[in-house]
Write a protein that binds this ligand. Structure first.
Ligand code: SME
Length: 160
């Protein structure tokens, strides 16, 4: 297990993801506790990118329920189809929201969140939750984030 994250001093986002993914892999490898792995992954992403909020929601009794996260307190439960998280669950695909003010039905857990990306977690082809990353800057997430965050979600699920 890695004890400290190595993050290079570069503005190349792809390079940063390429560096941290093997470190996240090392961090969760051999650990079968799902919550521990979600917690450390949320912490690694927060430490690397310093996004406003990063964390997981897991499906339980047909609702998304707040799971390990880093950042300010957040909504505990999200209904199917509601908000960006609920829509990503319903559509079973990643959603990038460049400006949350323009997303119909966005759930504002915190007024400081301005843009967002939500990535589904699939286990045996079945959606089990989402990874939600929020930024206090408009237009903060793009297809590079989508590519690598989807890889991280796959890695997490395949580890269990
Ligand atoms: N904004 C999300 C809710 C979760 S919080 O941002 C942490 C949504 O619209 O689903």
């Amino acid at each position: 297990m890695v004890e400290e994250l190595y993050i290079s001093d570069t503005t190349d986002k792809s390079k940063i993801y390429q560096e941290i993914i093997p470190q996240i892999e090392a961090l969760i490898k051999g650990e079968k506790n799902w919550i521990a792995n979600l917690a450390n992954t949320a912490a690694a992403l927060k430490q690397t990118f310093n996004w406003f909020w990063v964390g997981f929601y897991l499906i339980e009794n047909n609702e998304l329920v707040l799971a390990p996260f880093q950042g300010p307190i957040a909504c505990t439960r999200i209904t199917f189809g509601k908000g960006v998280c609920g829509k990503a669950w319903m559509d079973e695909e990643t959603i990038i929201v460049p400006d949350v003010a323009l997303f119909d039905g966005h759930i504002a857990c915190n007024a400081n969140s301005k843009s967002e990306i939500v990535v589904p977690l699939f286990h045996n082809n079945k959606i089990i939750g989402v990874l939600d990353c929020d930024s206090e800057y408009i237009n903060h997430f793009d297809t590079i984030d989508k590519l690598y965050l989807e890889k991280i979600c796959t890695l997490l699920v395949n580890n269990t």
